[in-house]
Design a protein around this ligand. Sequence first.
Ligand code: KIV
Ligand code: ZN
Length: 516
Amino acid sequence: MKKGKGDRIYIFDTTLRDGEQSPGASMNPDEKMRIARQLEAMGVDIIEAGFPVASEGDFASVRQIAREIRGAQIAGLARANIEDIDRAWEAIADAANPRIHTFISTSDIHLKYQLRKTREEVMEDARKAVAHACKYTKNVEFSAMDATRTDRDYLCRMVEAAIEEGATTVNIPDTVGYTIPEEYGRLIAYLFEKVKNIHQAIISVHCHNDLGLAVANSLAAVLNGARQVECTINGIGERAGNTAMEEIVMAIETRRDLFGVHTGIKTEKIYQTSKLLTQITGIPVQPNKAIVGANAFAHESGIHQDGLIKEKSTYEIMRPESVGISETQIVLGKHSGRHAVSEHLKKMGYKHSQEDLNKVFVRFKELADIKKEIFDEDLEAILYEEVFRVKDKFKLVYLTVVSGNVAIPTATMQLQVDQEIIQDAGFGVGPVDATFAAIRKITKTDYPLVRFAVDAITKGADAQGEATVQLRYNGYSVVGRGSHNDILVASAMAYINALNRLEWLKGNIRKVRLVD
Ligand code: KIV
Ligand code: ZN
């Protein structure tokens, strides 16, 4: 392993910034804080907390994360202009180790059609931006946006200029997911060959997954000297997403023989982090997704099973435990007390206050009355509903649904809207349609429904149902989730959760986009 600085790969997580640009992935400040704590606990080196100039909401949550997280560097994104950089610094200044991440497009396509500037003008903007950021901190990252479609020699000059002005990390993004591993590896090698001051900075990579190559491209870059990888949990992000953290980390770990480098990630926290993000955003992970998909460690073939019984390494390249997956266990039941629930939550990695425990315990008892066995997943769903959930404008009080092959499906419902209780009924072609109609009537809303799905959280006919509802508003989309042993109640809760998230979003619409 040559070129880069040492054998340590820095993990820069952008779940809260690029990841949040996924359709439907917007998170409120409490949810972002929760993710940031989890990223800190898993040993992420740099957390990109958001884009402070984008909205008051972004600014506030970046500032909160900067003030509360002490175990990771906190980065704030800024375009290459004074106002963005000042605002980013204002948000992150209180962090234990703040980083300003400033960027500008460098490809001719972006220069001509978007920025309408010459190469020299953009070079000057980049220099000024880095120099300005360096007045606040030595920890400055510069990104040459659309680097993989940028003229190579101009890119070399740009990287050199950014380092000259004081950037300590320089990022070479594949913004549109266009490159392939061999080409990207060669680009990184070329930079190491041609940029004379390159060893004064860490070279970072940021790959999008439009061709399904984000992880492979990042690995090729690592082989050629890159020492920071930008990634997101579950690979969420703009369009097809970003490099998935769990995949890049486990590839480096599993093939240490080949890469000869390591990260500081506590891999046993990977699965829990993935689940937390899914709970918060409602964006599911496909079953065959590497590392964290439901089937990632499931062996169906008889030959494979036979091999595994004889010797695990016959068909297993990673142990499920190494990413925090253990056999699903029946953990608790009707007779389990508050102490047992508390201990179990701690074992699952959730620190909780007494107040949180009280809320979880009430729901746990209700569920244990109707469901014999309570699994980890059930507890997680309760925890999310009762503790991590966005503060609600709308709350379900009561729901009765009449349905069948001779009845007109009818849902009678009471909702608490702010402090008022409102009751009404809705009809539909089926019980879910009737339930949603009742909600729309009471809340006087009618947002297009983009997606509705119900899954069983655990096995068995008495499993809790977990419903997901995605609504669209003004070019944005929000996802709501609800879990209950009655799937109609779960569906109503998911719809209401989406409405509550939408209420929050309306007050926090972004003023600027990355490319303005
Ligand atoms: O994809 C990209 O180029 C980005 C930059 C802001 C780093 O997200
Ligand atoms: Zn990106």
